[in-house]
Design a protein around this ligand. Structure first.
Ligand code: MN
Length: 249
C-alpha cells in the first residue's frame, strides 16, 4: 500500500514524524508537507505565485504552500504513482466541530478525497504532544482497521481526534458526529506601536456543545473520536422546503 503523509503544522512537526513512522509499518510512505506552519489555512490554494517543492530525502518533499497545495502537487507532479490513501496529521491540537472548516489538516484530507484518493485526518486534541508517543499502538490498530475498509464509501473521509491523555488510559473508539464550539474572548483589541487599533484572533476560552454522540464528548470521555465526513455541503433535508419558496429572479 502506498501512503502519502502530509499535515498543516509543517514538515518539521513532531506529529508528522510520528504518523510517517507509524505508516511505514503499514506501507510505503511518501511525505509532502508545507515548509512551515500552515494551521488554520483551511482549503486555500496558492494561485498568484509559483510553488517550489524541495526534496528532503527519499520520497520526501516540502512545499512553500498550503496543505492543499501539497496534496495537489504530490498527486499531480511529485509522486510517480498515486497513493492508495492520504494520511494528514497528526495535528498539534484538536480538529472537532466547526474547526474542521478552518483546519488545514482536514482540508488536506478533503483535497485528497476530491482528487479521488481516500483520506484520513489525524489530530491530537491537546496542547502539548507529551502523550502522543504512547498512542502509537492504538492508533496503529485503528488505522489498520480503518484501512481494511478501503475503498471507503464514496465521498467519505475520516476525521480522527485523539484524547490528550496517556495512550494506555484511552477507553476505546467512538464513531461520532461533529459537535459545536464557541470561542469566548478570542479577539483581542490592542494597539500597534503607533497607537492605532489592531485586532488579534486567537486564544480565549473554548466552550463546546454537542450530544452524547459528538466528537467533543468522546474525547472528553477518554475515547478516540472517529467522524466520517463528506464534502457535499448540500442541505438535502431543506431542499423541498426551499423549493416551495418558488424563488424568482
Ligand atoms: Mn495544525
Amino acid at each position: 500500500m502506498r501512503i502519502l503523509c502530509t499535515n498543516d503544522d509543517g514538515i518539521h512537526a513532531r506529529g508528522l514524524a510520528f504518523s510517517a513512522e507509524l505508516c511505514a509499518g503499514l506501507g510505503e510512505v511518501s511525505t509532502v508537507a508545507p515548509d512551515r506552519e500552515q494551521s488554520a489555512t483551511s482549503h486555500s490554494l496558492t494561485l498568484y505565485r509559483p510553488l517550489r517543492a524541495t526534496g528532503r530525502g527519499e520520497r520526501r518533499w516540502d512545499v512553500d504552500g498550503t496543505p492543499t497545495d501539497c496534496v495537489l502537487l504530490a498527486l499531480g507532479q511529485l509522486l510517480p504513482q498515486r497513493p492508495d490513501v492520504v494520511v494528514s496529521g497528526v495535528n498539534h491540537g484538536p480538529n472537532m466541530g466547526e474547526d474542521v472548516l478552518y483546519s488545514g489538516t482536514v482540508s488536506a484530507a478533503m483535497e485528497a478525497l476530491s482528487l479521488g484518493v481516500p483520506a484520513v485526518a489525524l489530530s491530537f486534541a491537546g496542547r502539548d504532544l507529551e502523550h502522543l508517543p504512547s498512542h502509537r499502538p492504538r492508533l496503529e490498530r485503528l488505522l489498520q482497521s480503518i484501512l481494511t475498509h478501503l475503498p471507503f464509501p464514496a465521498d467519505t473521509l475520516f476525521n480522527v481526534n485523539l484524547p490528550p491523555i496517556p495512550g494506555d488510559q484511552i477507553l476505546g473508539v467512538r464513531t461520532t458526529v461533529l459537535g459545536s464550539r464557541v470561542y469566548e474572548g478570542s479577539i483581542q483589541k490592542t494597539r500597534d506601536p503607533w497607537g492605532r487599533d489592531i485586532y488579534w484572533v486567537g486564544g480565549g476560552r473554548i466552550n463546546w456543545s454537542g450530544g452524547e454522540h459528538s466528537d467533543f464528548q468522546a474525547v472528553a470521555d477518554g475515547y478516540i473520536s472517529v467522524t466520517p465526513l463528506h464534502l457535499d455541503l448540500t442541505h438535502y433535508s431543506q431542499l423541498d422546503s426551499v423549493r416551495k419558496w418558488k424563488l424568482e429572479a
